[in-house]
Design a binder for this molecule. Structure first.
Ligand SMILES: Nc1ncnc2c1ncn2[C@@H]1O[C@H](COP(=O)(O)OP(=O)(O)O)[C@@H](O)[C@H]1O
Ligand SMILES: [Mg+2]
Length: 368
């Protein structure tokens, strides 16, 4: 088997509980407030972890741009008998919020089921090791617990990503787990039952662009508290987030450049104008059908900066931005490319500043 390269970091992406382990340990050490049963931290400490704060002289990084009341409501739900469902457009940080909540509340964010059209009940409850099953019949050793099963046993938070991509009848296998908080294994000789330990709960996420929550059964909907996650409202907050995320990604890969801030401003303004169909001066414009989320803005900004650094030795330019935008814009609908072209031709030309002029001049980089 090939060995990892000696200079390679341990993982491309660490889960939140490892990436921010020092912050979590510091918060736990200074946490005086009461904790719900089975939780590692109190609610105010989790709020500080996600929304950022200075706690006893240590700066805790802000990790999500959202109203603190959204995090508060999510925490109250997790301490209650209902599960949490985060709903919203793709790329609004639903998965990130669920990861941070799970990491802070129970110390692990990896008890996760990824929902898809192919998800089966086995993946939600438990499966079997077929070699052992055929040899010895059903036994606790042959049982392969799902992440949800383990979360119940350990009193932790399980995550269910993209739950509405699963067929509704598969989603419904959650019903008894969420209402009775137990899971039966009738195949085992002494039919065994797993009772959820204190601290167990579930955070699911659902994209409004997928099949949507309307196909979810009414019985299951009642077991969830719904929270809608909206795109970032303010231009300045979105720009600051894009710059800080790109800086973090560059530092992680030891790329020694800083983001090109005026270019990032052009990028974020373009994303917001084409996402909302209204330009920042308040004029009506065209809206793209492709998703132009903040998550997408971060990836485009990162790609433009990497291209600058690795191919030209700078921190990104307007041509790189136009090409990356074309890639982001044509995913769903070729008409979006025409709208992007009209935007650059008409809007960019009217804006002041050398970066807007360069952006306008780079429009010939758009594919024909
Ligand atoms: N409000 C926000 N706060 C922080 N990061 C955000 C926000 N919105 C988008 N992002 C960016 O999007 C990425 C996460 O997207 P993700 O959680 O996968 O979205 P979703 O699950 O809603 O599709 C983050 O890593 C961050 O770069
Ligand atoms: Mg997601």
């Amino acid at each position: 088997m090939s060995q990892p390269r000696p200079d390679a970091p341990a993982a491309q992406r660490l889960p939140a509980e490892l990436l921010y382990s020092d912050e979590l340990a510091h918060l736990a050490a200074h946490d005086q407030a009461p904790k719900p049963p089975g939780w590692n931290l109190s609610m105010p400490a989790v709020l500080d972890f996600i929304a950022g704060a200075t706690v006893k002289g240590k700066r805790i990084r802000q990790k999500i741009v959202c109203a603190p009341s959204l995090i508060e409501r999510a925490l109250v739900t997790l301490a209650s008998s209902r599960a949490l469902l985060l709903v919203g457009e793709p790329g609004t940080a639903k998965s990130l919020l669920s990861e941070l909540l799970a990491a802070a509340v129970c110390g692990t964010s990896t008890l996760t089921i990824q929902g898809s059209a192919a998800t089966t009940e086995d993946q939600i409850k438990y499966g079997w090791n077929y070699a052992l099953l055929l040899n010895d019949g059903p036994s606790p050793q042959a049982l392969v617990p799902s992440p949800l099963y383990r979360a119940m046993q350990q009193g932790r938070i399980a995550r269910f990503e993209e739950i509405t991509r699963c067929p509704p009848e598969v989603q419904d296998s959650l019903l008894s787990i969420l209402s009775e908080r137990l899971l039966m294994v009738p195949e085992l000789p002494a039919a065994s039952t797993v009772f959820a330990c204190p601290g167990f709960n579930l955070i699911a996420t659902a994209n409004t662009r997928d099949r949507g929550v309307n196909e979810m059964s009414a019985a299951l909907k009642r077991r969830f508290a719904f929270e809608t996650v909206f795109p970032i409202a303010s231009h300045d907050s979105e720009l600051a987030l894009v710059i800080s995320e790109v800086s973090r990604l560059l530092a992680q890969d030891r790329v020694p450049v800083t983001p090109n801030e005026p270019l990032m401003d052009v990028l974020v303004t373009t994303f917001r104008d084409l996402r909302q169909g209204v330009d920042r001066e308040g004029g009506a414009g065209e809206r793209l059908s492709s998703v132009l989320s903040t998550a997408e803005a971060v990836s485009v900004a990162h790609a433009v900066t990497l291209r600058g650094y690795y191919l030209r030795g700078d921190n990104g330019d307007a041509t790189g931005l136009v090409e990356a935008l074309a890639g982001a814009a044509v995913k769903d609908n070729p008409d979006d490319l025409k709208k992007l072209r009209r935007y650059i031709e008409h809007r960019a030309a009217k804006r002041n500043g050398e970066h807007w002029a360069a952006f306008h001049a780079a429009r010939q980089a758009l594919p024909q």
